[in-house]
Design a protein around this ligand. Structure first.
Ligand code: C6P
Length: 417
């Protein structure tokens, strides 16, 4: 049995930020003659050497297609790929690795649930609930489904802090609702939603809950059983793994009850021109050759996060978040969009009447990478009455010193306008 190249999973006793930063080769580079300050982890995290090496080693030593060949390389590739699945299943406390479907990421996972689980059940007048703070990937697949079936999309409102209106959610839950799609950590606001409590509320009405965990995975320990959701979606690249790979988790009984989504190789047991029968889980939902190196790299990312410890990562990131929030609040004319009491690693803001795109372009000259725009959450921008924001988002490698450099750069940008 081949195991992926990865570090041991023994938790480290202290969070040694200088040593941790050395795990990320890209942090050594300069941008426009300045040390890179990467404040765009919510868009895509940087990769540690453990992940880069696992992918590299796969292609150098084991590359072949999976589940198909009797030859040695194919068996090694299958072991490594399935090893990634096993690690991810343990990481999110899935009862079985058969419940972890590899997808391209959160977006594909949500589309899979919309089309395979919900579409056959919906009739005109049924309702799908989402919240006002969802990423487009947890809005548009449901909108398409509503167009296909005559179902109605309903929206749980948020307040001026960017928190969910729990009373309104309670009122909107009813037997008409066939799905609640909710983000665990908002990418545009940083809000952490009380997802376990929401799942309990939904259960009273028999409403299944899909949790968009894209931004939660790198910041907090996720336990899908404790959350009590029906579906959990994640993306590898947000949690220090490769792009183009992610996962959908659901219980075996739920996945067994769903028809396949895409047809092709690997997802079948038997094919004739008259009819085909389906493979067991998880293969039933993994048509075609998967992102094999992606699965291997995602396993290495899980090892890396486990080694550092999610509580330690969260504690470090929360310090950086609090420090940055304090510093930014001192800047005249700076408005923070999203001031929820429970937040993770994201600060969206507007600085005077400087357009966020101008701010982002100029601050790049100081080596600072941040994101500007609507962050694929246009309804959030509409709610706060802004076309766009600048957004800094922190990863486990960021420091308060970087925040100081960023704040100085921001003050210089302000002087230019
Ligand atoms: N947010 C951001 O900069 P994919 O693209 O499928 O890996 O993830 C989509 C997605 C879904 N939900 C949330 C909460 C997200 O933050 C994202 C991706 C990135 O905020 C790119 S738009």
């Amino acid at each position: 049995m081949i195991e992926p190249v990865s570090a041991s999973v023994e938790p480290e006793s202290t969070f040694n930020i200088n040593r941790i930063r050395r795990d990320f080769p890209i942090l050594e580079r300069e941008v426009r003659g300045k040390p890179l300050i990467y404040f765009d982890t919510a868009a895509s995290a940087q990769r540690p050497l453990a992940v880069i090496d696992a992918v590299n080693n796969f292609y150098r030593e084991h590359n072949a297609n999976v589940h198909r060949g009797v030859h040695t390389l194919s068996q090694e590739a299958t072991d490594l790929y399935e090893g990634g699945r096993r690690k991810l299943a343990q990481f999110i406390n899935a009862p079985s690795e058969r419940e972890v479907i590899f997808t391209r990421g959160t977006t594909e996972s949500i589309n899979l649930v919309a089309q395979s689980f919900l579409r056959p059940k919906l009739k005109p007048g049924d309702e799908i609930l989402v919240t006002h703070m969802e990423h487009h990937s947890n809005i548009v697949p449901w909108q398409i489904l509503c167009q296909q079936t005559g179902a109605l999309l309903r929206v749980v409102p948020i307040n001026q802090r960017g928190e969910l209106e729990m009373g309104a959610l309670q009122r909107l839950l009813s037997e008409r609702v066939k799905m609640l799609g909710i983000v665990q950590v908002s990418n545009a606001l940083g809000t952490i939603n009380p997802v376990a409590e929401i799942c309990r509320m939904a259960k009273h009405h028999g409403v299944p809950v899909l949790v968009d965990g894209a931004q939660a995975m790198p910041h907090m320990q996720v336990d899908v059983q404790a959350l009590g959701c029906e579906f959990f979606c994640l993306s590898g690249h947000k949690m220090y793994g490769p792009t183009g790979v992610g996962a959908l988790w659901a219980r075996e009984s739920t996945l067994d009850s769903m028809p396949p989504w895409q047809g092709g190789g690997e997802m079948i047991r038997h094919v004739t021109f008259e009819e085909s029968t389906w493979n067991d889980l998880p293969a039933k939902f993994e048509a075609g050759t998967p992102n094999i190196a992606g699965g291997v790299g995602l396993g290495a990312a899980v090892d890396y996060l486990s080694k550092l410890g999610l509580p330690e990562i969260a504690a470090h990131e929360n310090q950086v978040l609090s420090y940055a929030t304090e510093k930014l609040a001192e800047i005249d004319g700076l408005r923070i969009i999203g001031t929820a009491r429970d937040k993770a690693s994201v600060i969206s803001f507007i600085l005077g009447d400087i357009h966020p795109h101008d701010l982002g372009t100029i601050i790049d000259h100081y080596g600072v990478a941040l994101r500007t725009g609507h962050h694929c959450a246009m309804p959030v921008m509409q709610f706060f009455g802004v076309p766009a924001t600048a957004r800094v988002s922190f990863g486990l490698y960021n420091t308060q010193q970087e925040v100081d450099v960023f704040v100085d750069a921001l003050l210089k940008v302000r002087e230019m306008f």
